[in-house]
Design a binder for this molecule. Sequence first.
Ligand code: HAX
Length: 429
Amino acid sequence: MELLLKNVNHRIESLCKELTQIHETHSDTILGDITIKHLLGGMRGLKAMVCNTSYVDPMEGLFISGYTVPEFSDKTPEEIFFLLCTGKFPNDSELAELHTELSNRAEVPGYVWDLFHSLPKDTHPMTMLSMGIMAMEGQSVFKRKYLEGIPKSDFWKYSLEDSLNLIAKLPSLAAGIYKILFMNAKLVEHDPALGLAGNLSHQLGINNKDTSFADLVRLYLVLHCDHEGGNVSAFTARVVNSALSNLFLATASGLNGLAGPLHGLANQTCLHFINQIHEEIGVDASLDEIHEFVLKTLNTGNVIPGYGHAVLRATDPRFTAFMKFGDENCANSPYLQTVKKLFDVVPKILKKYKGGKIANPWPNVDAISGSLLYHYGMTHYDFYTVMFGISRTLGFCAQNVIARGLNQPIIRPKSVTNKWLKNYIAEKG
Ligand code: HAX
């Protein structure tokens, strides 16, 4: 992994130089006020950490090292991982090295399959993914090297080693979960000639004759890779890794956050929502009927899955990228058609709902991603967040390799009590 190490080292040195200079000259520069609204409102908008793997602009969405979604959506997950870690796309030899490194590390230990077979059949696939990763934690090179007393300056190298060991196993792990839980079928061997995305579609064994499914899997693994540092899953992984818990532990923690319906599990709930529309009204539901269905859902106190965002204030470009794929490959799918009808109806309703309180009435990535998988025959929609999770692990790993390279400290904000708040307010008058 010589070339990857060299490039990540270069990236860390350059980020470190910039941050040291900023720290030395601008440590006391104020970035904003902390209000009680921040404390009570999930710290929304509070600038509280540095993340250089990616950035989310409220209007333009995800940027990875300056590249927009349309500029990187034709890449492979390996190229994206390299970009997240190094700030640049790999050249041919760098990419070849990464392929070989991942291929050599792809085997999932047998005890993981034994563990999966021992679990109840109603175990959620995200729980299995998280447990599978936790079970392999004993393989952490970082953990072993830390106990041997390596210097802090080497932490990132062994975090990168753990990242490769973990990422390499994800296609087999995810496909294994799918086969064991839903297909009761034999596992498909990892193929060293294929990359991460190629292996995942090959090992899932869905629609292998249709190359557009393989391309959808590639797109899926690329579009979900990272969304800056403050979202529930990435932030959780950062907090856990900041205690020097290794990347197996940190990734499993992040994935547990991703498994919540307000975050990554929204892709599963979206499909459930669309299926409800199809069952209750029909696949040819009219815009008026969908309008009524959305209102009924809101009136029961539920959110409309796939709509809204804590940072975005416009249609998520990842939604647009998936829509482009759908238009090109399965324009007549009833699932895609319903997604389009919802896109027509939901923002108009959400703009006015709760007196216009919803900050972003537009769709996020989860409003469409599952519908495409469903179209290709992946109808077990509680698997969709696993697909999201293996992509997002690229971001968790890259963020934490860089955080260790920058020697960032343990994350530990201060909490206060109601009594503290009341006293503070009284003192301030
Ligand atoms: N449907 C109904 N109500 C919604 C809504 C939606 N899609 N989005 C926001 N709201 C409501 C909130 O629940 C909140 O209501 P209360 O004050 O009564 O609690 C109010 O509008 C203001 O919320 P906000 O400031 O606009 O949004 P938040 O930053 O608090 O929350 C969420 C962002 C993504 C959690 C939210 O929009 C939501 O629940 N969306 C539906 C679930 C979803 O699609 N999640 C995936 C988001 C993308 C992601 O992380 N993918 O992994």
